[in-house]
Write a protein of this length. Structure first.
Lengths: 221, 246
């Protein structure tokens, strides 16, 4: 079992040596391959943005990131430096090797038109959502992914604490401008991202902002 | 909280059975049936998943249900929602006050590490069963595969989370006789496993049996408690009503 308490760790990697870098505006999807041994950094450029991410085995997408296997294996709810993201086969998919934010959510899920109707009001259903992003990205891909694969995701930079009484809170983020999380891929992966467009929730100050993705090769380190 | 729920009127009862500790089963059941789940022994656990029987691509969604209702535990009034924003089932009565929605499941590796090898060859039907495999067998009966297995509700178990996120399993939470009523708000495939909760600290594999009584409750009435307990649950029930216009 690894710790689940906030653990801050800076990265030695030099952005100038990254083999890939892109800035994803708010409300956009991103589906990208990351190979075993490569390191993926996600940067919360302006602070308090949620990056909703699901990982899949690149060679067998029935094997996906599993929130429940991950939190069971580490004995706690939040992701931080040292957390190993496990698959539904119980295998390590990625390890968080650096984290200047220190806490990421595992059970808040991704917003959807339908859940917005339930959470806020029935007339919210035509607002853009993370699950629309997911579906759009996979419909335009040759990944073979379908809605059945849209399992509970990681909300990087999002703070969703559970209270002692068993309530769920959406707290102001522990993130801030420029904070990042870095993950080493333990297998070849598909990385499916929605840069969250939620406008009904104060956790991003009603202002979704861009996030950046950088990838380093094993050799580049 | 009372220790027990009032007995069901015999006229409403459709069928009853007992799932032995560790075992698994599934049913296809219509909207308006309520399942009374009863712990037959101390420390029972029942992992339960739901799929829309008409279109199983719609299934129980842990994050949507929890964040909508701002909860990390289930009790009377809470609604189990699908990924399509609809109420699939609602908790209409509960003698216990806390059921674990965090979705943790005992898999074969953890089962063997914790309790040792206890296979069919030596132990016949006394073999040890993992909750994850039990649910995979059940959903497989409907063509659903490992990609489709969702995070279950663990009825009768209680897991708290401390300030740093660590899980604290409350041993001795459910006693024999504790019961919960789960009303089915849509036509569903229900799959269950009565294998131990993966955080149960007891060293011996001795899962309790769980009684299942199906009874005719009818769909949620206009003044149903679950419609007003939280506005979000009310809207999810309203969306299910729209799905069943007749």
């Amino acid at each position: 079992m690894s710790a689940t308490a906030i653990c801050i760790q800076e990265s030695p990697l030099d952005p100038a040596r990254a083999i890939y870098s892109t800035v994803l505006p708010a409300g956009e999807p991103w589906l990208h391959e990351v190979k075993q041994g490569q390191t993926l950094r996600i940067v919360d450029l302006d602070g308090n943005q949620a990056a909703d991410v699901i990982f899949y085995n690149r060679h067998d997408t029935d094997e996906h990131y599993s929130a429940t296997d991950t939190i069971l294996q580490q004995g706690g709810l939040y992701l931080t430096t040292g957390s190993v993201l496990a698959s539904n086969e119980g295998r390590p998919m990625l390890t968080i090797v650096a984290d200047t934010c220190g806490r990421h959510d595992t059970i808040g899920g991704a917003c959807a038109a339908e859940s917005n109707m339930v959470r806020y009001a029935l007339n919210k259903k035509f607002m853009h959502s993370c699950r629309d992003n997911y579906l759009l990205a996979i419909q335009h891909s040759d990944s073979g992914l379908t809605k059945a694969d849209l399992v509970p995701n990681v909300n990087f930079f999002m703070n969703v604490p559970v209270t002692a009484d068993g309530d769920l809170k959406f707290d102001d983020g522990v993130s801030g401008p420029g904070k990042y999380v870095e993950l080493r891929a333990e297998m070849d992966l598909w990385v499916l991202v929605s840069n969250c467009p939620q406008l009904n929730n104060p956790c991003n100050a009603y202002n979704p902002t861009p996030v950046q993705f950088l990838i380093w090769d094993t050799a580049g380190q | 909280m009372t220790a027990l729920l009032p007995a069901l009127p015999a006229a409403t009862l459709l069928w009853e059975e007992t799932v032995p500790g560790g075992c698994h089963w599934s049913w296809t059941l219509p909207r308006g049936v309520t399942l009374r789940l009863t712990a037959r022994g101390d420390g029972a656990n029942l992992s339960l998943v739901l799929y829309n029987a008409r279109q199983p691509l719609e299934r129980y969604n842990m994050p949507d249900s929890l964040k909508s209702q701002h909860t990390a535990h289930y009790t009377r009034g809470h609604v189990l929602m699908s990924d399509m924003g609809r109420a699939m089932a609602s908790i209409t009565a509960d003698s216990l006050g806390w059921h674990d929605p965090l979705g943790l499941l005992l898999d074969a590796g953890r089962l063997h590490d914790k309790y040792g090898e206890h296979a069919y060859q030596q132990h016949r039907n006394g073999m040890y069963r993992a909750g994850k495999d039990g649910l995979l067998i059940e959903i497989g009966k409907y063509g659903l595969t490992r990609r489709d297995l969702v995070a279950p509700v663990n009825f009768f178990s209680k897991v708290r989370v401390d300030g740093e996120g660590r899980f604290l399993f409350e041993a001795g939470h459910a006693r024999a006789g504790h019961a919960v009523d789960l009303r089915l708000d849509m036509d569903v495939i229900v799959a269950v496993s009565a294998a131990p909760h993966p955080l149960d600290p007891r060293p011996d594999y001795a899962p309790a049996a769980v009684g299942i009584s199906a009874w005719r409750s009818g769909p949620a009435a206009a003044d149903d408690y679950c419609r007003t307990f939280r506005a979000e649950g009310g809207r999810a029930l309203q969306l299910t009503d729209l799905y069943y216009p007749f």
